[in-house]
Design a binder for this molecule. Structure first.
Ligand SMILES: C[S@@+](CC[C@H](N)C(=O)[O-])C[C@H]1O[C@@H](n2cnc3c(N)ncnc32)[C@H](O)[C@@H]1O
Length: 269
């Protein structure tokens, strides 16, 4: 089944409008793959009918279409160089500076990044408390994050076996994060293009989301996010994203093999 050109144009338009995300021409197959299950779930015959509901002002359908169209690829401890830098340099520094480091996993998708942060603090830093906020726009992804339940395939991707044994419980074929780790993490729906969290942070991970924005949106999001970084704090982007940009209010430095943007101690936002 192919997507009608006007439906494709409509999906492109609402993704840009609601999420700031650009869906390039030629990605009709993605619309098919991601929206056909939603249409079926709603007992509709086709994507065309689903889009018609959106056009007629069905807000819930529109939110669902946008959520489903976002790419939510993630895994535990994604990008080993980052986690080495966090363990050897960033966390020790933060633990020295502040009793309970506050961390924002922005665009956290299904939560693996947020839980990886809590696992690192608990296992490698003598269970020092940290506070992790995970945010995302995609409602389905946030529901998975909140449920804290992952398949065997998902835990096989990046999670060291010792963490699985110590910090997860079995639930049938799935694995559930233990309360000891879950209690350090909370999740909230937040649109990076138009909303800000009501707090500031010592470490912000904003990884693998800027690539979906156009240049102007990218700059706007970065400026807003940078305002939520505490003096002495670290903002870290995805490995392919650091070369895309500079952030005027922050200084860039290398931590291990990773680029970190830092607000100098005593600097204003
Ligand atoms: C590829 S995932 C990255 C997940 C994780 N940060 C990582 O690196 O593994 C991109 C995430 O960005 C989210 N996203 C896209 N546009 C967004 C927006 N405007 N506001 C908040 N989240 C957004 C998507 O829902 C998706 O979960």
């Amino acid at each position: 089944m192919t997507v009608r050109p006007d439906d494709f144009a409509y999906v492109q338009a609402i993704l840009l409008q609601e999420a700031g995300v650009e869906l390039p021409e030629g990605k009709e197959y993605l619309v098919n793959a991601r929206l056909l299950p939603v249409a079926k779930e709603r007992d509709l015959e086709s994507i065309d009918e689903l889009i018609a509901q959106c056009r007629l002002g069905d807000r819930e359908a529109r939110i669902r279409v946008v959520s489903e169209m976002l790419t939510k690829e993630t895994s535990f401890f994604r990008d080993p160089a980052l986690w080495r830098a966090l363990e050897t340099q960033v966390f020790p520094d933060l633990m020295e500076r502040t009793a309970v480091p506050r961390i924002w996993s922005a665009a956290t998708a299904t939560g693996q990044e947020a839980y990886s942060l809590a696992l690192l603090a608990t296992s490698r830093f003598a269970a020092r408390p940290i506070s992790v906020l995970g945010t995302d726009l995609a409602t389905g992804a946030l529901a998975v994050a909140q449920a804290a339940q992952y398949s065997q395939l998902e835990v096989n991707r990046g999670l060291p076996a010792r963490y699985l044994v110590q910090y997860f419980d079995r639930n049938g074929l799935a694995w559930v994060v233990k309360p000891q780790i879950r209690d350090l993490v909370r999740f909230q729906r937040l649109n990076l293009v138009s909303e800000s969290p009501g707090a500031s942070f010592d470490l912000i991970l904003l990884r693998n989301v800027l690539i979906y924005f156009g240049a102007e949106t990218r700059e706007r999001v970065l400026q807003r996010v940078a305002r939520h970084l505490n003096p002495g704090g670290y903002l870290i982007l995805g490995s392919a994203e650091s070369t895309l940009t500079s952030i005027p209010s922050l200084e860039s430095s290398t931590v291990g093999r990773v680029v970190a943007y830092r607000r100098q101690d005593g600097a204003d936002s």
